[in-house]
Design a protein around this ligand. Structure first.
Ligand SMILES: *Cc1c(COP(=O)(O)O)cnc(C)c1O
Length: 233
């Protein structure tokens, strides 16, 4: 069973890495400048272990309860960076800061305050990305583009959070390129003020090529690596 699963994950990863290589080729970029985050939400710790064996160094998760339990079972937890990519309730800030190496979904001042306080209590400095809402019709979370700079300034002024850049999900069902171009523009403006904020987390299974073309540094790929999620569990 686990041999079969390993072969399946290895084959999927190969396809994804090939897609990234081709997109980098087309964009004149170096694949070494991109971090592939395997989004393991809804999949078990055993899959995380197999992916770590296959060279994955970062995972993405979006539900606090699920990930805190899962990480207790992961073998090489210390070799993996955990990126939290889901909406964070302020009251969960302490829990999330406890295991997340990066919180990608910072989208409001109240959450900045809660995460900063929690990181201070834990005696750490946590990397964060400001999540931008590129699809104002949807309730997916994220600060409006016009508020991204202000929220970034707020993060950068804290003692226990480190502003690393921006994150976004492209609108569904339309060409993602204009949204990613807009994100790239925002990222550039924010980086002018905050030199350490060079990360652009954009691109998922369906649109990673467009994200690579528009300067993504981090790709969050779930189903193309792990297979289809059962979303009602
Ligand atoms: C689930 C999720 C992903 C991965 O999506 P796929 O289409 O399965 O690659 C990426 N980003 C966020 C924010 C997610 O919630």
């Amino acid at each position: 069973m686990s041999g079969e699963r390993r072969a399946e994950l290895a084959a999927n990863l190969e396809v994804v890495r090939e897609r990234i290589a081709r997109a980098c080729d087309a964009a004149g970029r170096d694949p070494a400048d991109l971090t592939l985050i395997a989004v393991t939400k809804f999949f078990p710790a055993s899959d995380v272990d197999l992916l770590a064996d296959l060279g994955i160094t970062a995972i993405g998760e979006n539900r606090d309860q699920e990930v805190s339990a899962k990480l207790l079972e992961v073998r090489d937890r210390d070799r993996l960076d955990v990126h939290f990519i889901g909406q964070v309730q302020s009251k969960k800030a302490g829990s999330v800061v406890g295991y997340a190496d990066v919180v990608q979904s910072v989208d409001r001042p109240k959450l900045v305050t809660a995460l900063d306080r929690a990181a201070g209590t834990a005696g750490k400095v946590t990397d964060v990305l400001v999540q931008v809402n590129l699809d104002e019709a949807s309730g997916r979370g994220g600060v409006a583009p016009s508020g991204a700079q202000g929220l970034s300034d707020l993060v950068a002024a804290t003692d226990h959070l480190r502003l690393r850049g921006v994150m976004a999900v492209a609108p569904l069902g339309v060409d993602p390129a204009p949204a990613f171009a807009r994100l790239q523009e925002l990222a550039r403006a924010i980086r002018e003020e905050h030199a350490g904020a060079g990360w652009v987390s954009a691109g998922m299974s369906g649109d990673l090529e467009a994200a690579v073309a528009h300067g993504a540094t981090h790709l969050r790929v779930g189903s193309a690596i792990l297979g289809t999620r059962q979303s009602h569990r």
